[in-house]
Ligand binder design. Sequence first.
Ligand code: PMP
Length: 304
Amino acid sequence: MKEQGKIWMNGKLVPFKNAKVHVLTHALHYSTAVFEGIRCYSTPKGSMIFRLPEHVDRLFSSAKMYSMKMPYSKKQISGAIMKTVRNSTLKECYIRPIVYYSYGMLGLTPTSNKIDVAIACVEALQEYTQAGKIRGTRCRVSKWLRIDSRSQPMQAKAASNYANAALARVEALTEGYDESIMLNYYGKVAEGSAENIFLINDDKIFTPPLSAGILPGITRDSVIKIAKAERLSVTEKNFDVEDLYSADEVFMTGTASEIKPVTEIDNKSIGGGKPGRITLQLHKIFIDVVSGKDKRFFKWLTPV
Ligand code: PMP
């Protein structure tokens, strides 16, 4: 990550190096933070933010699930995101807004602590290894289960979900894989450590429903809408690891990873070990969409 530009903190743009928090910040001790990952793409009509209103809506709904009172309106947060991106002068970037309980009381109860908001934008997030990009992603089914939604609201993009995800990610990387696939408490496939997951059989697309305890991914939603516009069948349904092993194609979706083909799971090759035809078709359309080349979905882009 290049240490450059300015970070928006509670209404002010501050130099990168000065964007600091106190060591007694509540969120640092108790994970009381919600955040977003948003992307800005370069298009022939200038830089555009992909699905900005949906990301801002999800940030607010994540905060609501944790009873955090947002100190700014959606309009103010969208404006602050635009201001931060414009100030960065980056044509393409990854944007990270975060809302967190600041310092004050050190005990567990966060509610008397101030809620702070910061927005950073960085050049790119390396979620996709170069090797994975060339040969497709090699996954391992994690021994760590995705946290159950009866334990905490998994539809919130909350920092507290990510220690669990990081365990799974590190486990996969340590064992020589690119990414992990996490199951839920029912033994059904949930999602990757930072991506949603899809499988394709006989040209039909399947993905776990939100009730599997997954993040309502905005890329997931985009892929479902793109596939339907292409008259492909998409069904939300629970499935087992065995369904992944025997699938014709598997791919993952996320803001940082976009659409990444999975070509191996637990050392079993998927679809002959090569990215599948429909995965590549969806990937091509997705790239056209985010680069402003597909008129059908131009409405998903907000000019900076
Ligand atoms: N699941 C998890 C656990 C994630 O962290 C992410 C990345 N935000 C996703 C799915 C994909 O969501 P999105 O497409 O909105 O980036």
